[in-house]
Design a protein around this ligand. Structure first.
Ligand code: G4P
Length: 528
């Protein structure tokens, strides 16, 4: 077990990521959190308004060309006495498998929903992923300063489509141009929204909720309406229960407007109060608890070209137990080698900072000279491998073609490394020599072409391919697998790690095959 100081350092940490459909306001919420928090681990001072720079990085060539972020930042900031690690999840066109995998490295998620749009497609998929680990979710319904759906309708959608019971902690008083603020159901306080004086919070104590008092601040109509709504929601929704929250059965709901920095502090308050400190992770041998003395951690992301001058690759490790100290010796379990970590980093946008000490819940980046794979475990000697770091079936597919056919060997080598880093998935069909690439986000294809060119001197292009879904195949019945192989060769491929994969041209085909071969398992998610 670690000493008391280290225990305290662990207890003080919260590690979370934001889940949202593009444009719901993830970047804006992040910015406002940075304003509210004391940003740590940055090279210089970060002025309030300059913080946008840290919410979107712009340093890779593709990022520069398109003004978007392809990479992950881990932002560490202090709020009250808690150290918050916020893992930025790539969002727009830069959405990728990494976005999903980052959710395996956090202990809590913040779900941001656009109040005018409700639950959107990407949110559902991200929630499915966060559910793999039963990660607790806090929900922020954003953009109340615009016309919105009825709050009850949004909560209905969350309950039906995300299968989470809602527990409103605040309740909005109207929306759009009529937005007056939120009623805090726990504190029995109204936080008045005042767009002219954004930084001033006006609170009305409602312990003795009194219509005359409210009328002074909001209109009579709205006062009657809020009284009605409060009565209604007290019948519909149950009270907050931390156990159910930690089991991902309920989600506390907050309303606000990130753009005007209204009620983002409510989320931070709930995060430090309810989100768990770093939690244990399962290894192939045993449960690893954060308070254990020895360092353990797993790689959930590999990022190339963090520094264009050095062409380096960085492996991001989530620390599970023990403590990282500069210069320590770690065992890279898969390849059975000990290495001295002379420098570990954290990254915020383009800036790199050397870390001297880090605790469970923290993320450190170490140099990867081509030997580290996603899912690898690092320990102080114990031969354990963390489990639960998945690969996800790609959602977009392309055939890759060489401009110079003589570069076939280099292409295979380059793609092998890129797939080990999780940048792309590569499929080798059974019945031809073409290579099919699969990705979750379209931008991954561009990144691969560019990296093949700069790092491996390979010129390649893409061609459309008739594949819409891929599923990893397993079965305990060898006879069934053999029969399946014989009958479906033209749809089968091996991925980079020799896993058998079915490549379906459309949903109907996939559904027919799944119903026809009941002894065969078709997996959309695979353990690394
Ligand atoms: P994302 O990271 O989830 O993709 O969303 P982002 O924060 O970039 O927000 C998407 C758009 O929504 C931005 O407008 C942003 O200003 C706006 N927005 C975010 N929160 C709120 C809010 O509480 N109220 C209102 N009214 N708008 C909000 P944009 O015009 O696309 O970009 P920008 O020019 O403002 O940066």
């Amino acid at each position: 077990m670690c000493n008391l100081n280290d225990k305290l350092a662990i207890k003080k940490r919260r590690t979370f990521a934001i889940i949202s459909h593009p444009d719901a306001g993830k970047t804006t919420v992040t910015e406002k959190m940075l304003l509210l928090g004391k940003i740590l681990r940055t090279s210089g001072t970060v002025k309030a308004r300059g913080s946008r720079k840290y919410a979107k990085s712009d340093w890779m060539q593709i990022e520069k060309d398109r003004g978007i972020s392809v990479t992950t930042s881990v932002i560490q900031f202090q709020y009250k006495n808690i150290l918050v690690n916020l893992l930025d999840t790539p969002g727009h066109q830069d959405f990728s498998e990494d976005t999903y995998r980052i959710l395996t490295a956090v202990d809590c998620c913040l779900l941001v929903i656009d109040a005018a749009k409700g639950i959107e497609e990407r949110t559902k998929k991200l929630m499915d992923v966060s559910r793999l680990h039963n990660t607790p979710v806090i929900t922020f319904i954003n953009k109340l300063d615009r016309d919105s759906l009825e709050p009850i309708e949004i909560l209905d959608q969350i309950e039906k489509e995300l299968n989470l019971s809602c527990v409103p902690i605040t309740w909005p008083i109207s929306c759009g141009s009529n937005f007056k603020g939120v009623f805090h159901l726990d504190e029995k306080v109204i936080y008045l929204y005042n767009k002219l004086e954004k930084n001033k919070v006006f609170k009305i104590d409602c312990n003795n909720l009194n219509k005359n008092l409210l009328k002074k601040y909001i209109s009579l109509d709205l006062t009657l309406q809020i009284f009605e709504e409060l009565k209604l929601i007290s019948h519909i929704y149950s009270n907050f229960n931390k156990k159910d929250f930690l089991k991902n059965v309920i989600t506390p709901i907050f309303f606000g407007s990130a753009l005007t920095n209204f009620a983002v502090d409510h989320i931070l308050e709930s995060l430090i109060k309810w989100a768990p400190p770093p939690i244990y992770r399962m290894s192939n041998k045993r449960k690893i608890k954060p308070e254990e003395k020895n360092f353990t951690g797993f790689v959930f992301k590999i990022q190339a070209n963090m520094d264009l001058k050095h062409h380096d690759r960085i492996a991001f490790i989530r620390i599970v137990s023990g403590k990282y100290t500069k210069g320590m010796k770690l065992r890279h379990v898969r390849i059975k080698k000990n290495i001295i970590i002379s420098d570990a980093f954290c990254f915020i946008a383009g800036d790199r900072f050397s870390i001297k000490i880090a605790y469970p819940g923290d993320i450190i980046g170490i140099h990867n000279h081509g030997t580290i794979k996603i899912g690898d475990s690092f320990t102080e000697g114990e031969e354990i491998n963390f489990i639960g770091i998945p690969s996800f079936s790609p959602e977009i597919f392309r055939r890759i073609l060489l401009k110079n056919p003589l570069q076939k060997k280099q292409l295979k080598k380059g793609l092998m490394q890129l797939s080990e880093e999780g940048a792309i998935q590569v499929f080798h069909p059974f019945n031809n020599n073409h290579l099919i690439l699969g990705a979750i986000g379209i931008l991954q294809f561009d990144v691969v072409i560019q990296r093949l060119k700069t790092e491996y001197k390979i010129d390649a292009i893409y061609e459309e391919v008739n594949v819409k879904f891929s599923r990893w195949i397993t079965s305990s019945n060898k006879k069934s697998i053999d029969m399946f192989l014989n009958k479906n060769k033209s749809y089968l491929a091996l991925d980079s790690f020799n896993n058998l994969t079915y490549l379906a041209p459309n949903e109907a085909n996939l559904n027919i095959i799944i119903s026809r071969y009941v002894d065969i398992n078709f997996h959309a998610i695979r353990e690394q």
